[in-house]
Design a protein around this ligand. Sequence first.
Ligand code: ATP
Ligand code: MN
Length: 270
Amino acid sequence: MSGLGGVVTDLVADIDAVFLFSPSTASYEAIVDESDVPVVVVAVENTVGAELFIELPIEFREIKERIRFGMEGGIDQEYIDTGTIILCAMNLFDDGIDSVIRVRAGEFTHTGIYDLFVNSRAEPSVIRNVLEVVIGLGKKGQKGKPVGALFVVGDAGKVMNKSRSLSYNPFEKSHVHVGDPIVDVMLKEFSRLDGAFVISDSGKIVSAYRYLEPAAEGVDIPKGLGTRHMAAGAITRDTNAIAIVLSESDGLVRAFSGGELIFELDPEAY
Ligand SMILES: Nc1ncnc2c1ncn2[C@@H]1O[C@H](COP(=O)(O)OP(=O)(O)OP(=O)(O)O)[C@@H](O)[C@H]1O
Ligand SMILES: [Mn+2]
């Protein structure tokens, strides 16, 4: 005996809901049939046909971010409230559920990670597509060299008013959207040059090479980040856009909304 029996019993005692992260059909069905509390599935796709479902925009590798997204989504969709005690179950290694985490929804700091995707001006799929491009850029860099990039997504009219052009806009008369494979290549190419990309609510690429000039008052971004991140944070406070930044110096991807850093992730983990 490991002596952990009591710990495991305490983990599962008096829970109000179960959150299953990307479960297989077999494990979902086994649990939903037995459970006397609501079972919520959190996954990129609802392949198991769950009644209570929270859509993950990407499989956050950081477990805390994945859980946080689930909690904030659960509260937003009114599956749970801040007092709910949740057993999160997931599969980190081979097949089947191998990890359980007990958490009270209200103990998790609300960061707005769910809001950033679901309640932004831009469509969630547009934000997900931009995030995927930026992660791809972060992984490969530009011809092996690290590259920085700044994407401002949504509320494009206002963003254009708060910025100026640094160079000829290659997207001037085009009607291209993020997510299109050709566009991914173009964006990677143009990201070698300075300034920001501006993307509309529906994913249209409005401009490259924009120098952002938002009011920076009241913007509180972590110390040590430079002007690109400051401009990203500030534009999201001054407009209803969100911003996704790839840092050339530390290689991390960061997302800003409402003037605040909402999450950061390491593209190498994806
Ligand atoms: N206001 C702005 N609008 C658009 N792009 C900007 C703005 N300010 C800086 N940048 C871009 O950010 C680049 C890097 O600047 P800086 O090193 O100060 O930022 P940083 O936050 O430290 O980013 P990194 O982590 O990538 O170095 C600049 O070369 C420029 O292309
Ligand atoms: Mn820098």
